[in-house]
Design a protein around this ligand. Structure first.
Ligand code: BDR
Ligand code: CA
Length: 319
């Protein structure tokens, strides 16, 4: 089986964590490294989470740290959704291994060069690390095979009127990435909001993880409650980042259409908006327009069946 060689660029983040569980469960992904970017929380917490999750999942690849703020504008986080730690109430074991000495953009460039056009990026946070990589290394676009990203929306946003969080946080970075010329698959809110977990599915998850691993269902419960408390308008838990990971693993989960995508970098109501022109004759991306939810849901459940036992990990690491 040919495996996708990937770097996972992430800001964990509750749904990032579930995306990482799904990636760990996929048989056709070869993870070359994790790069962390500030987004859902500040870099200190994101770095801790990225290293802790990598350890929990038994990943011995490098975890490299990147941007601790957006390119040009002040930082905002999503602590109101992901909690003070960035991972809700999840008892993540303390990471034992240091972060890689290379910064995220240097690591991405080195891997892209070594893999000679094979490397794909799965980007599920703000796009600052990638933008810095493109600014620093003008020949990087020719060395990348593809970027699959969770971000944007073809309709309304979840931060501001039209901005999706990852693009809203750093619209300038998103604009640089879409102008890079690298093939891009965009998985936006218009499809991820269709992955909300129903009450019945919550019960399925609780049964699947059982008592010994109930920290996973408790984390999802935390995510759901916080959505309600903050009155974000939805009583669902959307698995945004997991859907991008699932697409990289099995393209049948999404229907894509070619489009020319541009990002609104203004600071008003349209901040971070992704404008997708499906009629353009010079497309720069494929944009997800429909989701095969049952297929996606099977992948999520499969990854939860195989999710590691946190208590075993905790005692193994002496915590
Ligand atoms: C995106 O924003 C973050 O809060 C999530 O982790 C996801 O990447 C959804 O808009
Ligand atoms: Ca994320």
């Amino acid at each position: 089986m040919t495996k996708h060689k990937i770097i996972l660029d992430t800001d964990p983040g509750i749904d990032d964590f579930f995306a990482m569980l799904l990636a760990a469960d996929a048989q056709n992904l070869e993870l070359r490294g994790v790069t962390a970017v500030a987004g859902n929380q500040v870099m200190e917490k994101i770095a801790n989470n990225a290293r802790g999750i990598a350890q929990l999942l038994g990943w011995d690849c490098p975890v490299s740290l990147g941007a601790d703020r957006p390119l040009l504008i002040p930082q905002i986080t999503a602590s109101q959704v992901h909690g003070d730690t960035g991972l809700g109430n999840f008892p993540l074991p303390a990471p034992q291994k240091d972060a890689d000495k290379r910064l995220a953009w240097d690591f991405i460039y080195e891997e892209a060069t070594a893999l000679d056009g094979e490397l794909e990026i799965l980007a599920i946070g703000p796009l600052t690390n990638l933008a810095v990589a493109f600014l620093r290394y003008p020949d990087l676009p020719q060395k990348l095979r593809r970027i699959v990203l969770m971000g944007g929306a073809t309709e309304w946003g979840n931060r501001g009127a039209y901005g999706e969080f990852n693009f809203y946080v750093d619209p300038h970075a998103a604009e640089i990435v879409f102008a890079s010329g690298v093939p891009i698959d965009m998985v936006g809110l218009n499809v991820t909001m269709q992955t909300g977990i129903s009450d019945e599915e919550f019960d399925d998850i609780a049964r699947t993880v059982g008592d010994s691993r109930k920290v996973y269902s408790e984390l999802l419960e935390f995510y759901r409650n916080i959505y309600c408390v903050n009155d974000l308008g939805f009583r669902i838990v959307a698995m945004h980042d997991s859907l991008a990971a699932a697409f990289l693993t099995d393209e049948r989960v999404l229907e894509m259409r070619k489009a020319k995508v541009q990002i609104d970098c203004s600071t008003g109501l349209c901040r971070g908006r992704s404008i997708a022109d499906f009629k353009s004759e010079s497309p720069n991306a494929r944009v997800a327009v429909a989701v095969d939810r049952p297929r996606f849901w099977d992948m999520v459940m499969h990854s939860l069946q195989n999710a590691p036992d946190v208590r075993v990990q905790s005692s193994a690491s002496g915590k």
